[in-house]
Design a protein around this ligand. Sequence first.
Ligand code: NAG
Ligand code: NAG
Ligand code: NAG
Ligand code: NAG
Ligand code: NAG
Ligand code: NAG
Ligand code: NAG
Ligand code: NAG
Ligand code: NAG
Length: 609
Amino acid sequence: MDFYVIFFAFLFALTVNVQSYIIPREALDSDGCARIHNEFITKEKTIFSYADVKDCYQHFPFDKDIASETIDTLIGLVNGFYIFLDKAKEPPEPGFDFRPTDVKHLFYDLKDPHTNFGSYCFTTFAFHTNMTFYSVVNNGEQKIKVFDDTIDQDNIDCEVTHIDGQQALEVITEFAKDSVYASRDLGVRFNIALDRAYKFPSFAVRVEIPEKPDITYTLKCDNKNPFDVKRNWNAFAQNITNLNKFKDSKSYFDNICNPSDGIKLSRPSTSFQETTIIPDSLNDILEQDPSITTIKIVDGFISFFKVQDFGIVKFYTENPVDRNGTTKMLPDVIQGFEELANTGVKKVVLDLSDNTGGYIFTTYFTSLLLFPDTFPSFDFDIRITKQMRLAITEQYKLLTSNNIYDIQGYVDAKTHANFTSAEDFIGNNVYERGGIKDNYSNKYVDEAGINSMRQIIQNNLTTPLPWKPEDFIILTNGLCGSSCSLITEHAAEFSNVSTVAIGGLARNKLLSYSSFTGGSVVNATQTFNSLGELGLLNNPLMPKPFPLTGLTASYAIKEVYSKINPDDILDFTFKPADFRLFYDEKNIRNFSILWSQAAALIGSKSKIN
Ligand SMILES: *[C@@H]1O[C@H](CO)[C@@H](O)[C@H](O)[C@H]1NC(C)=O
Ligand SMILES: *[C@@H]1O[C@H](CO)[C@@H](O)[C@H](O)[C@H]1NC(C)=O
Ligand SMILES: *[C@@H]1O[C@H](CO)[C@@H](O)[C@H](O)[C@H]1NC(C)=O
Ligand SMILES: *[C@@H]1O[C@H](CO)[C@@H](O)[C@H](O)[C@H]1NC(C)=O
Ligand SMILES: *[C@@H]1O[C@H](CO)[C@@H](O)[C@H](O)[C@H]1NC(C)=O
Ligand SMILES: *[C@@H]1O[C@H](CO)[C@@H](O)[C@H](O)[C@H]1NC(C)=O
Ligand SMILES: *[C@@H]1O[C@H](CO)[C@@H](O)[C@H](O)[C@H]1NC(C)=O
Ligand SMILES: *[C@@H]1O[C@H](CO)[C@@H](O)[C@H](O)[C@H]1NC(C)=O
Ligand SMILES: *[C@@H]1O[C@H](CO)[C@@H](O)[C@H](O)[C@H]1NC(C)=O
């Protein structure tokens, strides 16, 4: 079966500063890494000072040769395999807000230490000031407020008027513009900047080291006079395991920046649950609310609830693989839908907020289950460069396992016939994008993946689910990416399911309900492993691996076409929701209220879009 993880937590690492590093000989007492180790060992501390982390990171100065080899690898990867190399040069559609990019040039710019790339060197710590925020719109005026403050609870719900002396709303919007990268819609990036699900760094919880050690918030509480709160940025280990890996900057470099056995994913804890920021899981919070009835929880994946007379299906991820690597959760999900149907609810809110994706087969599964009369997949294709042509052709011959260049199981999107050869898949399609002509493969769908999901549903669903497309509404905060985005786009495009997006910037009437559809994301490790299996690692056409093992990159390798407008690529198409909600002082803390607002829109004719 063709399992593709199309999004993964490592994107966390992609906003850190770019530098490449060698170790100068420094005395221990001037080594921030050593001071961190000392505090960890002698005082069992896991929270560290900004100054120590900054000093630790600064022990790895710029190395020209490593930088230039790194850039060569990145350019090799994007030239050879990145699907949107040309498309990214086109100006954004109205509704989107991003700079058209010459991706290659962007990587040359990496010589500037303020541009981004992925290094484990700089993801060990995250920074926060013990405050989190939200945004409300009162009489058309958008404000930033304090969601939580673990140091002074009296500050909760106070308005933040200024941050370091500048208008708070502007500061957060600028942060969303420049430092949040997970959507082409600025409103969604604004939501991510304030998000407390911590799927990505936010304004309140950073991975990129803040510019200065402290930050001053001006607060206005009730009708009292505004006052300033000055806070230090504290650094905490994203994954405490990493604190055992070094005792000074030399061992930090050897074991984290450039580990001899390659990257063993001590992946950042994506939910920050090891810290005190999120005391309870969302499921725990929901189960404690008497206005919400829990129907079934499929752990870490999908939960089913009932509020008043409607149902809620909360999709946390598209990753239904348990610790044993099996997909036994899928029959459980079918059972959850059946139990929800048995409660007699006629309307269902599908909440896909804060969902960054998972396996693409989950999208086939969900679409086949909820919309059995539709074909569960969009059309995909691949940009055929010389490198891609060679890799696909070799894999077609050698049939190595788990290879990212494998096209077995794909069928022609139009005829559903098997491809009879690598050439038959590659085809002869030249499209012009961003002013560049390039070859693209024939459009395909993954029939093997679809059939295996169809089988699971056939064997486990006892009665068809009672709901029609008009009985659902999709609710998101726009942070619904990758496989999540494929589910929502499929429901909207194939079945006309209504969508409602919450939050964003009040000054923009429309807000996207999904982001970064991608097609399939792969990383440098997978790329080099796959090329290695095909004996292509030393082929002069192919990129060379990174000079440090602690460096990595990921990129989209496939693209997805809209069903309704077959020339549109979903990633670059502005798809605003039919309805819009804003956060307020109540629904920001009470899901029962938020979901009721969404459920009230099911069947409504007053679409804004
Ligand atoms: C501030 O946040 C850190 C990390 O989450 C936590 O360990 C610490 O207890 C907090 N400080 C206070 C005073 O609440
Ligand atoms: C921390 O990293 C270790 C591997 O070094 C991993 O086994 C563990 O799951 C990680 N913890 C979290 C919460 O991700
Ligand atoms: C959330 O709001 C609902 C409806 O107003 C109310 O019944 C419920 O008690 C609230 N939940 C909490 C935890 O306050
Ligand atoms: C994994 O497999 C073991 C042994 O078969 C079993 O005891 C355990 O419950 C399984 N865990 C999950 C999460 O399915
Ligand atoms: C297409 O290939 C699959 C194996 O990938 C095979 O099971 C199927 O029979 C083939 N279909 C046709 C029409 O040849
Ligand atoms: C497309 O592929 C053909 C080989 O099949 C090649 O001759 C041609 O130059 C390619 N076109 C572009 C624009 O790369
Ligand atoms: C659910 O489907 C799987 C895969 O087709 C099958 O192995 C399993 O027996 C089914 N479970 C039940 C309870 O029917
Ligand atoms: C969806 O709605 C549009 C217009 O509202 C209509 O033209 C189209 O036929 C509908 N499609 C489906 C699958 O119901
Ligand atoms: C690359 O992707 C594979 C497959 O999803 C994953 O197992 C691996 O941990 C990733 N490696 C890095 C360095 O991100």
